[in-house]
Design a protein around this ligand. Structure first.
Ligand SMILES: C[S@@+](CC[C@H](N)C(=O)[O-])C[C@H]1O[C@@H](n2cnc3c(N)ncnc32)[C@H](O)[C@@H]1O
Length: 260
């Protein structure tokens, strides 16, 4: 039972986030904000969230889960390396949500390693979090972002400054970042449709209605026969005639069905 049901509902409606995905977390965050800023009650804070986009964005930053790292689910990138050659160039790829950039930069590195030149593909990346997008643009990372990688990877594509790793400009300039709340209409720059979309580890945080809405939006952004990569526990909401899982299953790739 939530302590702050009205705020939770507003969050569900505006950002799709299901309180059940991170039990107790939203209650703890709201309680801290109400105490620190001396709001009299939940409604006083809720009214402010409704009136002020800045307040809402700041609240969102508190509840979003930005967890990501380079080459998360390595089998997806192995699969990408082989699958990408079947598309006509320039290949269009979208990473959403991209968080702090590790995912779209892993896609860029995969294409470079597969021998693609910069003008043979376009990678867009989007997220609702200003904080994550700022970090993505800076492309400076710490050891935590390299969980599944060997040291050689960092040496090849990053410059080490103390404890930080700065991504080289040759990779950094291959990705264009955009702010987008996926439950709203996609911004004009995310057009035309994509050949490949990475949409990983967001559906798990959404309630059912938001999941269906998001799948419909993603379907509209993906070409027929295009590839959709999801997270390891996210195939459920895709079960429809529109997406077929592809082997190997641990790549978590799905193909959008051709027109019937
Ligand atoms: C766990 S990270 C996933 C990052 C990456 N795709 C991965 O799998 O490593 C989840 C991201 O979803 C973003 N997010 C949450 N709700 C969103 C929304 N409604 N629209 C766009 N991004 C959202 C968060 O800001 C966060 O960066």
């Amino acid at each position: 039972m939530s302590l702050y049901p009205a705020i939770e509902n507003f969050l569900k409606e505006c950002a799709g986030i299901s309180p059940n995905s991170t039990p107790g977390m939203i209650d703890r965050i709201v309680k801290r904000i109400l105490d620190d800023r001396k709001f009299r009650n939940e409604n006083e804070y809720l009214n402010l969230l409704k009136e002020s986009q800045t307040e809402f964005d700041a609240f969102l930053e508190e509840v979003l889960v930005p967890e990501t790292w380079f080459f998360r689910y390595p089998a997806s990138f192995e699969f990408l390396k082989h699958a990408v050659v079947t598309f006509r160039k320039p290949i269009r790829i979208l990473s959403v949500p991209c968080s702090s950039g590790e995912e779209p930069y892993s896609i860029a590195i995969t294409l470079v390693q597969a021998g693609f030149l910069a003008d043979q593909f376009k990678i867009d990346a989007a997220d609702v979090s200003d904080r994550a997008l700022e970090k993505a643009e800076q492309a400076t990372y710490r050891k935590n972002s390299f969980r599944e990688q060997e040291q050689t990877f960092a040496q090849q594509y990053f410059m080490k400054h103390g404890t930080e790793f700065q991504l080289k400009d040759s990779i950094r300039r291959l990705v264009t970042f955009t702010k987008w709340n996926v439950l709203q209409r996609p911004p004009a720059q995310l057009r035309p449709a994509y050949d490949i979309i990475f949409c990983r580890n967001l559906l798990i945080y959404f309630h059912k209605t938001a999941q269906s809405k998001m799948v419909t939006i993603i379907e509209g952004l993906l070409n027929r026969n295009g590839l959709l990569f999801v997270g390891h526990a996210e195939a459920g909401p895709l079960i429809s005639n529109s997406f077929q899982p592809i082997e190997p299953l641990k790549a978590f790739a799905h193909c959008r069905a051709p027109a019937s």
